[in-house]
Design a binder for this molecule. Structure first.
Ligand code: B1M
Length: 221
């Protein structure tokens, strides 16, 4: 099997939610010299996008989405240690969570991995995180940045609820706020008063670094 065939087989196996085969192909791809980024961006992520498209057309239902998601999550477990930086001084602390009412976490976990790869210390509160839990964690960990992920149009309004909770707790100016997730847009991020929005994991890393550098240069001036 060549690299192209492997990526195609992995795409198909993810689509069918065949977790053992996806895992086997992940290891085989790495052994063949494919990078974690190629496996992710040329096979796993496009496959999940197709899962979403089939769900929208009514060809797939929730169980199919669930097993495809699990197959992708299994591959991420193997790829994570290969993508994170080791032994470097953290560039900053990033507190992350999927908002209340939303259980999607694959995209959030990918952002975590890429942030860790870029040297951030990431604290992930998981999914269905209530505004008061974000507040508690900000007080406890004093992160430089807090990130809210939302993957449903029905859970995006939780961004505003989170912002209100930060304001009420007197924390809004203590922390940079970033938002993201499939249905989120720059306009929506601006409307809720977030400091930044990123469309994908690499853009999130770049933005996190930029926002932090800007905040630190203002603090020094
Ligand atoms: Co759901 N789901 N799902 N789902 N699911 C979507 C999101 C959907 C778009 C499918 C579709 O209709 N095409 C749709 C939402 C429609 C909408 O609101 N606009 C949808 C729906 C409707 C639902 C349910 C309501 C279905 C139902 O029950 N009837 C239900 C909701 C449950 C709930 O949360 N309360 C549901 C459930 C599920 C599963 C549990 C079965 C499973 C989740 C498994 C899991 O996450 N552990 C699932 C899955 C797998 C999907 C799809 C197929 C794949 C999501 C994914 O992992 N994508 C998805 C379709 C799709 O996205 N095309 C879909 C890959 C991932 C790498 O991309 O998540 O976009 P993404 O993350 C990106 C960016 O968004 C960004 O970077 C990430 C990496 O590049 N990003 C950030 C994310 N967070 C960020 C934070 C940042 C910055 C960038 O800063 C802080």
């Amino acid at each position: 099997m060549n690299q192209e065939e492997l990526l195609k087989q992995m795409y198909e196996a993810t689509l069918l939610g065949n977790a053992p085969v996806v895992l086997e192909l992940t290891n085989a791809g790495l052994a063949m010299g494919l990078t974690p980024e190629i496996l992710l961006f040329d096979s796993l992520i496009p496959s999940l996008e197709e899962v979403g498209a089939r769900f929208e057309r009514g060809d797939f239902f929730v169980p199919e989405m669930l097993i495809a998601g699990r197959a992708m999550a299994g591959a991420l477990e193997v790829l994570r240690p290969l993508m994170v930086a080791t032994g470097v001084e953290p560039v900053g602390t990033f507190l992350m969570g999927t908002v209340k009412g939303d259980v999607h976490d694959i995209g959030k976990n990918l952002v975590d991995i890429m942030l860790e790869g870029a040297g951030f210390h990431v604290i992930d509160l998981g999914v269905q995180v209530a505004p008061e839990r974000f507040v508690e964690a900000i007080v406890e960990h004093k992160p430089d940045i807090v990130g809210f992920s939302a993957f449903l149009t029905t859970t995006m309004p939780m961004f505003k609820a989170n912002m209100n909770a930060l304001e009420k707790a007197g924390l809004r100016n203590e922390v940079i706020v970033m938002v993201g997730g499939a249905p989120v847009t720059q306009e929506y991020a601006d409307a809720v008063g977030a400091d930044g929005y990123a469309a994908d994991a690499s853009a999130a890393v770049k933005l996190a670094k930029d926002l932090l550098a800007r905040r630190r240069s203002v603090a020094v001036a």
